[in-house]
Design a protein around this ligand. Structure first.
Ligand SMILES: Cc1cc2nc3c(=O)[nH]c(=O)nc-3n(C[C@H](O)[C@H](O)[C@H](O)COP(=O)(O)O)c2cc1C
Ligand code: SF4
Length: 647
């Protein structure tokens, strides 16, 4: 049988090393200096259990260079790298390939199976103390080395006997479990409390067991995991508290959890899967986990990474890429290849929802050369490529549709009244007939968005584009049905929403983006805004994103620009509010969500780092400095952010 080990760390290196030393056909996926050393000098295992082993001609490569067809794959990566293995497995594995995930994080097999339904995916866990002691070298300590795996439905494919025989023959104790959910969770009940207590107190195993307070916190964490197991219908059949305390007492005193080491080095860590996941399970199974909560809060946990349903869309988490003109669109307004790559990266890294940059609904409403259009069917194929790229990565994507009004780059811009938003170009006032036509343009655009596969549309009513020009009192001096009172200024917006819903059907998600402030008379605007949001809710809009007219004039160190107002809007309405503007770190997000606002979105941080959600999950701080150069960089230097290189 051909074995493939993805991730040649302490666990993967030892499993693959033991098998290869016993003459089995094993390939390894590795990286960096470790891979170089394996290629040059082979793989060495310094093992208490089997003595020193050396595999001189080890087959090792990066994922991109692997061309084999494995019968069995052990996935031994860290939880945060699991996403990278999915497209690789789609390419490398056959339906009868057995995939055995051996991760610290509980439930990995189930999650992988959902994303790779065509493959045979087990669950698994390992009992071993091992680590990479030098490039090309793994050290395995002690006599314990046990691999446990099994199908979640309890079935036992015949090939499992062969795998068990190969592992056992190679010196690895092997259990094919009939209740792998329970057995993997039992292993988790050991790893997770150790990681949580170790990281919280920043203590070694010796310090955890000798200090009565720390020891009792550790014990309490195990108790909470045990209660969860009970509620999940997989009660442990042994006394895990006693067992885990014994394990703690037997471990070498100076050892620390790998989570703790990663945090110390400022690296990505498994915080989410080892600690935050327990909170989520606690919520799901209604089991109080107060000790986990305390520790999770200490590390900045909020429910930001929990899924949420918005207008029928199942979002993976509460972080949205706010509408952002990408700056690399084709000149004719169609979607460019560079844009596809931007959307692929956002989706691959689990951005909860991606909103496109504003798409012009008619040529007269185009705001700039670097903008995509949706005013004709010729735009649909490119947009369809974009939605496919996102859906193939299990993401959700919404099209923002817009008309620039007085800000349009046309010879004669038209607006609610004679506004001059482009110096030297005063807009002419739209007639009522033209207003009616614009409402239909929005509806046609939404219909094209639907045909192109978008999960919904967002109507742009913010940032002083056409609909925002109507809403903003000082920009709308009309005296007919479309100007004057709040109700009149809202009339065109109401008609646009109604036309879009009529055209696309009442189930199609419609979102709206609004300014939370106005340049003049802002104190009285709040009541009007709440009224507007209530009207939008009645019209069937499923979420309102609140931005502000002045986001680009804020200082780089300002945060959560519009939070106070958004929180009051959320408290006064039932519709989910999405807040955008100066939200950066996990603690900024926590403040927003703690205020009751349901979702957050960012723009600039995603321009800077398309993989930001993965980075936040790993506890990293975003890199964007708020220098605002991204407004002009694409035109002047062909790049999107000061931190990017030109292509
Ligand atoms: C380069 C750039 C392009 C933008 N394009 C759009 C757009 O097409 N539609 C829109 O509603 N907002 C657009 N915005 C505004 C953002 O969506 C967001 O509301 C604003 O930048 C505040 O969020 P942030 O502080 O996270 O950047 C853009 C912002 C930037 C920096
Ligand atoms: S150019 Fe500056 S503000 Fe824009 S994304 Fe990059 S770092 Fe952030």
């Amino acid at each position: 049988m051909k074995y493939l080990i993805i991730g040649t760390g302490g666990t993967g290196g030892a499993i693959g090393g033991f098998l290869a030393a016993n003459g089995k056909d094993v390939s390894f996926i590795a990286r960096g200096a470790h891979l170089d050393a394996m290629r040059k000098r082979g793989l060495t295992i310094r093992s208490d259990r089997r003595g020193d082993l050396h595999i001189p001609d080890v087959q090792a490569s990066e994922m991109k260079d692997y061309r084999g067809s494995p019968d069995v794959v052990f996935v031994c990566v860290k939880g945060y790298s699991l996403g990278d293995t999915i497209p690789f497995l789609r390419r490398a594995a056959r339906p009868d390939t057995v995939v055995i995930p051996i991760l610290n994080i509980y439930g990995t097999g189930g999650k992988m199976a959902a994303r790779l339904p065509e493959l045979t995916i087990t669950d698994g866990c390992v009992y071993i103390s091992s680590y990479v002691s030098a490039p090309g070298e793994i050290t395995q300590r002690g006599n314990i080395f046990r691999v446990v795996f099994g199908m979640r439905d309890g079935s036992f494919p015949p090939v499992f006997d062969d795998i068990r025989a190969d592992l056992t023959e190679s010196g690895i104790d092997t259990v094919v479990s009939e209740n792998i959910r329970r057995d993997a969770f039992q292993k988790f009940s050991c790893v997770s409390p150790m990681a949580a207590a170790g990281a919280y107190f920043d203590a070694t195993v010796g310090e955890l067991r000798s200090d009565p307070h720390r020891r009792s916190v550790y014990q309490q964490l195990v108790v909470e995991v045990g209660r969860l197991a009970q509620a999940m219908g997989i009660p442990f059949d042994t006394d895990v508290v006693q067992e885990n305390l014994e394990i703690l007492d037997q471990m070498t005193p100076e050892s620390t959890a790998s989570l703790q080491k990663d945090l110390k080095r400022g690296q990505k860590s498994e915080m989410d899967g080892l600690i935050f996941e327990v909170i989520r399970l606690g919520e799901k199974y209604r089991v109080p986990v107060p000790t986990y909560w305390k520790i999770a809060k200490h590390f900045g946990y909020s429910n930001v990474f929990d899924p949420i349903e918005v207008g029928g869309m199942e979002l993976r988490n509460r972080i949205i890429r706010s509408a952002t003109r990408d700056g690399v669109e084709n000149e004719d307004g169609t979607v460019s290849d560079r844009q596809i790559r931007i959307f692929e990266e956002l989706a691959e890294n689990e951005t909860g929802l991606i909103i496109t940059g504003h798409l012009y609904v008619s040529p007269e409403g185009r705001a700039s050369r670097s903008q995509n259009g949706i005013c004709g069917d010729e735009f649909i194929p490119g947009l369809r490529r974009l939605t496919r790229a996102v859906h193939e990565r299990e993401g959700c994507v919404v099209a923002q549709i817009s008309h620039a009004g007085a800000k349009a780059v046309v010879p004669e811009p038209a607006a609610p009244c004679g506004l001059e938003l482009i110096p030297g170009k005063k807009a002419r006032m739209l007639t009522e007939k033209e207003i009616g036509k614009i409402c239909l343009d929005f509806a046609d655009a939404a219909s094209r968005a639907r045909q192109a596969g978008f999960d919904g549309v967002q109507i742009h009513m913010a940032h002083h584009y056409l609909l925002s020009q109507f809403l903003t009192p000082e920009m709308n001096t009309r005296t007919d049905d479309y100007g004057g009172s709040a109700e009149n200024r809202f009339r065109i917006c109401r008609r646009v929403v109604e036309e879009v819903r009529r055209e696309c059907g009442h189930d199609y998600p419609v979102l709206v983006k609004l300014n939370s402030n106005v340049p003049q008379g802002d104190e009285t605007y709040e009541a009007e805004l709440i009224g507007l949001v209530r009207e939008l809710e009645k019209l069937g809009v499923c979420a309102v994103e609140l931005s502000g007219y002045d986001f680009s004039a804020r200082r780089p160190n300002e945060r959560n620009y519009y939070l106070d107002r958004a929180a009051r809007v959320q408290q006064s309405t039932g519709i989910p509010v999405i807040l955008v503007g100066g939200i950066r770190s996990l603690s900024d997000i926590a403040r927003v969500l703690d205020s009751g606002v349901r979702l957050v979105s960012f723009s600039r941080p995603f321009i800077c780092q398309g993989d930001l959600v993965s980075r936040l999950r790993a506890g990293e701080k975003p890199r964007c400095t708020g220098c605002n150069q991204c407004f002009t960089l694409p035109q002047s230097r062909g790049i999107r952010c000061v931190f990017h290189q030109a292509d």
